[in-house]
Structure formats: structure tokens, C-alpha cells
Write a protein that binds this ligand. Structure first.
Ligand SMILES: C[S@@+](CC[C@H](N)C(=O)[O-])C[C@H]1O[C@@H](n2cnc3c(N)ncnc32)[C@H](O)[C@@H]1O
Length: 212
């Protein structure tokens, strides 16, 4: 696997030392995070299986043998920008795993508009943070409609406790944003539409009426 924006290199170390993958590339744009990654890799005795690469996104990464690329802990716009600059992944041969910290709607729209299909998406809750982790490939036809519901909630299912929590937390933050919008004349209609989306989602997951 190839971890873009690896920082301390914790993910490749975890995956390799737990037998989840044979070898990995730990990549970062910064020399400082990369040297922290090198120290961690050395401390774990994994230098022969994890190589570090100084690279802006995938620009300087040799993808020969890579089956999975991870882009985690970055904004949705940066993830889209990194993917847009790498033609080699667009043949669909590589599984891409993304965990946007912000702008997940932007990323979902960009993926849909650029020939990428999300095939799985799961929520992860850590304290006051709720994340979504998606995986998929380019050169695939999505098996979903990229409507407003998809942009805000993705493929996260309410059938798991974490998925349900993610959806309800998203509803809360969207509701706050929508209420702010309805106070301004030019954003009133968009705010009201957003409140409707939140209301419908809460109803769908059995939290009726809380959005009104
Ligand atoms: C918040 S850390 C995320 C670390 C880890 N991936 C995680 O999810 O916990 C973001 C990392 O992305 C790196 N980064 C930012 N822009 C990048 C780019 N264009 N290419 C590669 N790495 C980048 C930063 O240097 C930083 O180490």
C-alpha cells in the first residue's frame, strides 16, 4: 500500500506489522513528518518493508506493485487535487481509500464527475469527531445516484452504530449551517432546502421530526 500524507508513518507500520500488507510506501510532502516516519519505521524494525518517499501527492511516487493508495487526514479538496494530478491511477487498477477531514461533499461530487465509483463507505467515531472512510476506483460506473443525500451522507449506512452516529452528527452540523443560511436573504432558499434534506434523513433513520 501507499500512504500519502503519512505524517508519523503509523498506518503503514500498523498494516505491515499486523500482516495486513507485505510492504508499503510512506509518503509525505514534508521532510519533517517524513523523518518522524523514518524514526518510527526504524523503531519497529520495518525498514526493509516500508520505504519513505518525499512527494507532493503522488507526483514522485513509483506505483509499480502498489494495490492500494490511502489519502487520510487531509481536506476533501486536497484529496481531489492530488488524485486529479495522477493519470496513472485512472485505469482503475488501484483501490483508493480516502478519509477527508473536511469538504466531503466536494470530494464526493468531484469523484462522481471524474469517473470514480465509491464502492464502500464506513463511518468511524473518535471522541467528538465523526469521520467517513470511503474506498473505490476510477474507471467504474457508480451504483448510486449522486444526489444531495449522497453528497452529504455518502454510502454510510445507519445499520451500524457508528454509521447511525455519523449520520445524526452530520444532520446536526448541517442543521446549524442551514439555520445560519436562512437568516440571509440570498441564501434563504438553499438553507430551507438543506433543512428539508436533514428532516428527510432523520425521518429515514427513525429520528422523526427533529429537523423542524
Ligand atoms: C493531518 S496529517 C494526516 C496524517 C495521517 N494520514 C492520518 O490520517 O492521521 C496530514 C499530512 O499530510 C501531509 N500533506 C499535506 N499536503 C500533502 C501533499 N500535497 N502531499 C503529500 N502529503 C501532504 C502533511 O505534511 C501531513 O503530514
Amino acid at each position: 500500500m501507499c500512504d500519502i500524507g503519512t505524517d508519523h508513518g503509523y498506518l503503514p507500520c500498523y498494516l505491515v506489522s499486523n500482516g495486513k500488507c507485505d510492504s508499503a510506501l510512506a509518503c509525505d510532502i514534508g521532510e519533517k513528518p517524513l523523518s518522524q516516519a523514518r524514526e518510527h519505521i526504524k523503531a519497529q524494525g520495518l525498514e526493509d518493508r516500508i520505504k519513505t518517499v518525499l512527494s507532493d501527492g503522488l507526483d514522485s511516487v513509483e506505483l509499480e506493485g502498489v494495490t492500494d493508495i490511502v489519502l487520510a487526514g487531509m481536506g476533501g479538496e486536497l484529496i481531489a487535487d492530488i488524485l486529479s494530478r495522477c493519470e496513472r491511477i485512472k485505469d482503475g487498477s488501484v483501490n483508493i481509500i480516502m478519509q477527508p477531514m473536511t469538504k466531503s461533499e466536494f470530494l464526493r461530487q468531484w469523484l462522481y464527475d471524474n469517473g470514480f465509483a465509491v464502492t464502500d463507505e464506513q463511518a468511524c467515531i473518535s471522541g467528538r469527531f465523526a469521520y467517513s472512510v470511503m474506498s473505490g476506483r476510477f474507471n467504474r460506473k457508480p451504483e448510486y445516484v449522486c444526489d444531495e443525500d449522497h453528497l452529504h451522507f455518502g454510502l454510510v449506512s445507519d445499520k451500524t452504530a457508528e454509521g447511525r452516529e455519523y449520520i445524526l452528527r452530520r444532520c446536526e452540523s448541517l442543521e446549524r449551517a442551514a439555520k445560519g443560511m436562512t437568516g440571509s436573504q440570498d441564501k434563504k432558499a438553499s438553507g430551507e432546502r438543506l433543512l428539508e434534506i436533514v428532516y428527510n434523513k432523520r425521518k429515514e433513520v427513525g429520528e422523526n421530526g427533529k429537523g423542524q
